[in-house]
Write a protein that binds this ligand. Structure first.
Ligand code: KG4
Ligand code: ZN
Length: 339
């Protein structure tokens, strides 16, 4: 089974060719074009501009993915495409391109939920056991789910306001860092953490709301206000220390809630996915929860498959095989993680 995956839900335009041979998944190509540079200039994503860039790059990106994989369209068994959630203009570029190719090439199409696909990224090189707890932590979502299998996903808690990635991006902007804020904050925070003489001074400047709420809900919108107030009161703040403080407030909240999710649901696996899961501090602190214990085992994709890519779309398709005809596929910007 050979799948061409297409992903355009936010500012990336991505295509990948993935092959399944028995139980083995082989990534034959993964191309990601980003309009990140354009959005650095504006300090965030401008949806219409993102979609205009995607219109320009979608065909070259698909061609490149086939060329790198050394496959022609006739060798592909199906086309998988993200149909939601995301920005409507961006989703339409991928969905309508996939539908057109499906009709012209006479290939079936597999519509994929972007959030389920983030969870599927944990299955690229591994085979996690079910039931699993998944944490999708990205620019638009921070969701805990209980998975009986990849097609049976139950939402069990998450952010009530901003997503964790959004909190990184908004806080970064307030301290003068470029978009996307997550990697920018992570870089400076690592420098600060590495340079501390004794490494044991506390990073507790900012609040961790809802940390003791007893459920798996979170709130990140207060962080940007706290950062704003601090910056106003201390105009000569240290950017590296501020980055470490912001990162720690977000990471600590996610860690506390992950522990609670494991206590409540006793899963066999814990799947950490989405752009923020590329964060090294989160990965290190999260893996400490699991220590030497056999279960649950933690799975996190390599960093390039944490952020948006099309390999995860193709892998989700291989796990679902929910084949439909092109007429049945429509972009759905507000698709939930359970759909
Ligand atoms: O999954 P993703 O690529 O796109 C969405 O589906 O939203 O996630 C993007 C988010 C952005 O908010 C970005 O700042 C954050 O992931 N991010 C990170 C890191 N790399 C990306 N946040 C913290 N540390 C990182 N290393
Ligand atoms: Zn994503």
């Amino acid at each position: 089974m050979i799948i061409l995956g297409i992903e355009t839900s936010c500012d990336e335009t991505a295509a990948a060719v993935v092959k399944k041979n028995g139980d083995k998944i082989e990534v034959l190509s993964s191309i990601v074009a980003s309009s990140e540079e354009l959005h650095q200039k504006t300090g965030g994503i401008i949806p219409e501009q993102a979609a205009r860039e995607q219109v320009k790059s979608i065909i070259p990106v698909i061609e490149e993915s086939l060329k790198t994989a050394k496959y022609k369209s006739k060798n592909i068994d199906a086309i998988a495409v993200t149909y939601g959630p995301g920005l409507i203009g961006s989703l339409l570029v991928g969905v309508e391109t996939a539908k057109t190719l499906s009709k012209v090439w006479n290939k079936p199409i597999i519509p994929i939920n972007h959030l389920t696909a983030h969870l599927a990224s944990c299955f690229i090189d591994s085979k996690p056991d079910f039931p699993a707890i998944g944490l999708v932590v990205s620019g638009g979502h921070t969701d805990f789910v209980l998975l009986k299998n990849i097609n049976k996903v139950e939402y069990v808690g998450g952010t009530r306001d901003d997503a964790a990635g959004e909190a990184f991006d908004k806080s970064a902007r307030l301290i003068g860092l470029d978009y996307p804020g997550g990697p920018a904050i992570s870089k400076l925070a690592d420098i600060y953490i590495d340079s501390r003489l004794h490494g044991n001074d506390k990073l507790d400047l900012f609040p961790r709301p809802m940390i003791n709420s007893g459920d798996l809900d979170m709130s990140f919108s207060g962080l940007k206000t706290a950062v704003l107030n601090y910056v106003k009161a201390n105009p000569s703040f240290d950017k590296n220390k501020m980055s470490a403080e912001i990162q720690e407030a977000i990471v600590d909240t996610l860690i506390t809630k992950a522990k609670l999710a494991i206590d409540k649901h006793s899963p066999k696996s814990f799947l950490l996915a989405g752009g923020v899961s590329a964060n090294s501090r989160l990965r290190v602190k999260m893996s400490r929860i699991f220590g030497e214990a056999e279960t649950p085992k933690m799975y996190v994709p390599i960093a390039k498959y944490s952020t948006d890519n099309a390999v995860m779309i193709a892998v989700a398709a291989l796990m679902q095989e929910n084949i439909v005809t092109w007429k049945e596929v429509n972009a759905n910007p507000s698709l939930s993680i359970e759909e």
